[in-house]
Design a protein around this ligand. Structure first.
Ligand SMILES: Nc1ncnc2c1ncn2[C@@H]1O[C@H](COP(=O)(O)OP(=O)(O)O)[C@@H](O)[C@H]1O
Ligand SMILES: [Mg+2]
Length: 263
């Protein structure tokens, strides 16, 4: 049986879909067979990030309604033959997909894949419950902003009531220059507030804004290194952390911090 991971958050826009897509790609690069499931029903973010929105013929709703088999709805990635996406549906009332139906789809997928990655909707309503109830591990994504951390805390508390094997923390969009100048919470601060050791720390990087599926692009950038370390941690259980402040230490580093503040 493969591992069933859900990426969740209290606050929207913290990078759940970005994490799902890029960790999925990174795990496929590491030789794992991966399927990503878009549980953010109504907003087909994952389809767009993975550039498959024009390839969607069937979706989760069609499987539940018996219009197609699970295999027919899966879309294979263009670059990685071991990577698939199960699209969310477009015009459907979310209440129609029962927790048990969704769980059964995820369980079936976990038989044929090493990793099932579920992109959870933001918030803590029915969509959250459906996605988390189907998973065996949860990763809470937060940014270092107080509102996101506060919402992550609420989600962590809720997750504790599910029979999950592991609850992890991903701190996304960390600005090394701001951490060094004391203008942003450190990973240690966030980890203490949430009483959870981070599984990964990911820097804020404009390359992600340009290319959301950054892992598949041939670009040298900080964020790719951090995402690969994070994927390796998920795979192996190790806790290597990317140091976002590395470039901002020492005399030249301090100069960089000052320059960043000016421009
Ligand atoms: N590490 C990052 N650096 C820069 N921008 C990021 C990073 N992670 C996510 N983003 C951007 O933040 C926005 C929200 O990300 P998204 O993954 O859609 O969040 P969510 O799924 O939690 O709503 C997107 O525009 C995305 O490109
Ligand atoms: Mg999303």
């Amino acid at each position: 049986m493969g591992r069933k991971l859900v990426f969740t958050s209290g606050k929207g826009g913290v990078g759940k879909t970005t994490m799902c897509a890029n960790i999925g790609i990174a795990l496929a690069m590491l030789g794992q067979k991966v399927v990503m499931v878009d549980a953010d029903i109504g907003l087909n973010n994952l389809d767009v990030v993975m550039c498959i929105e024009n390839k969607v013929t069937y979706d989760i709703a069609d499987i539940v309604e018996g219009k197609c088999r699970l295999k027919q709805a899966l879309i294979q990635d263009v670059d990685y033959p071991g990577l698939y996406i199960l699209p969310s549906f477009h015009n459907y009332d979310t209440a129609h997909i029962a927790v048990s139906n969704f769980k059964s789809i995820i369980d079936t997928l976990s038989v044929g894949f090493d990793f099932v990655i579920i992109d959870c909707p933001a918030g803590i309503d029915a969509g959250f419950h459906r996605a988390v109830a189907a998973a065996s591990e949860a990763y809470v994504v937060t940014t270092p902003h107080i509102s996101a951390v506060r919402d992550a805390d609420k989600v962590m508390a809720l997750l504790n009531s599910y029979p999950l094997m592991n609850i992890g923390l991903i701190i996304n969009r960390v600005r090394g220059d701001m951490v060094v100048s004391g203008d942003m919470m450190t990973a240690g601060d966030i980890s203490r507030l949430l009483r959870c050791m981070p599984t990964g720390i990911v820097p804020d990087d404009d390359s992600v804004t340009v290319k959301s599926d950054i892992m598949r692009h041939d670009m040298e950038c900080e964020v790719k290194q951090a995402l690969m370390i994070l994927a390796e941690n998920i795979l192996s259980g190790k806790r290597h952390m990317y140091d976002c402040t590395n470039d901002y230490r020492g005399v030249f580093g301090k100069l960089k911090v000052k320059l960043k503040k000016l421009f």
